[in-house]
Design a protein around this ligand. Structure first.
Ligand code: GLN
Length: 200
């Protein structure tokens, strides 16, 4: 039986994540209500706009159930806005921006600045290999807690060189970039392996 992996489907690129999850061998399930959240073995928080997704999470009554599920060990993968939602600390956030938290990192929203709002580069990601990474008004990670593993940084010698763009702590995975947009399902494959580890 394949693992049921939810995709938070309030806003963002849900379909692309669903395709990548199918390729990674999981059964994607759209999650919009607490009852749906309760049926999944892992959850993807897609990219979009973190302030909007946070507001919608609250409106749909999902914010508290999701915080509780993360505390209880639900595996969650956050991409871009999803990374912001998972972070314990958000820099350059909106005042009172609603987040889920659980991942001991500080992320800076829209960190790459105006000149490089959106760009693509190859990054070397631990556990995955060489990944073509698409950044769209992306955050980066500015502080990582002691148990957080850095999986990828921006290569080269440009202004963003060395910035942390993929992290993991236990069952939580986050990337600044959007692997679901490149037709490469290996990052989702890593997440599906994490979900399997959490549900042996
Ligand atoms: N800049 C967006 C935010 O703050 C994230 C962008 C994205 O998910 N592509 O939520």
């Amino acid at each position: 039986m394949s693992l049921r992996v939810g995709i938070l489907a309030l806003q963002g690129d849900v379909r692309e994540h669903a395709r990548a999850l199918v390729e990674a061998g999981a059964e994607p399930v759209e999650v919009r209500r607490p009852q749906e959240l309760a049926t999944v073995e892992g959850l993807v928080l897609p990219g979009g706009e973190s302030t909007t997704i946070g507001t919608l999470l609250d409106l749909f009554g999902l914010l508290e159930p999701l915080r509780t599920a993360v505390r209880a060990g639900l595996p969650v993968y956050g991409s871009c806005a999803g990374m912001i939602l998972l972070a314990d600390e958000v820099l350059d956030g909106r005042p009172n921006q609603a987040t889920v938290g659980g991942l001991d990192v500080a992320v800076r929203r829209n960190a790459f600045g105006r000149q490089v709002d959106s760009f693509e580069t190859d990054v070397e990601m631990t556990g995955v290999g060489d990944v073509h990474a698409v950044f769209i008004r992306a955050p980066w990670v500015e502080r990582t807690g002691p148990d957080v593993e850095v999986l990828a940084t921006v290569p080269g010698d440009g202004p963003a060189a060395g910035k942390v763009v993929a992290v993991r702590r236990g069952p939580l995975l986050a990337t600044s970039f959007h692997p679901e947009l490149t037709g490469d399902s290996r990052v989702h494959g890593l997440f599906v392996r994490m979900v399997k580890e959490a549900h042996p």
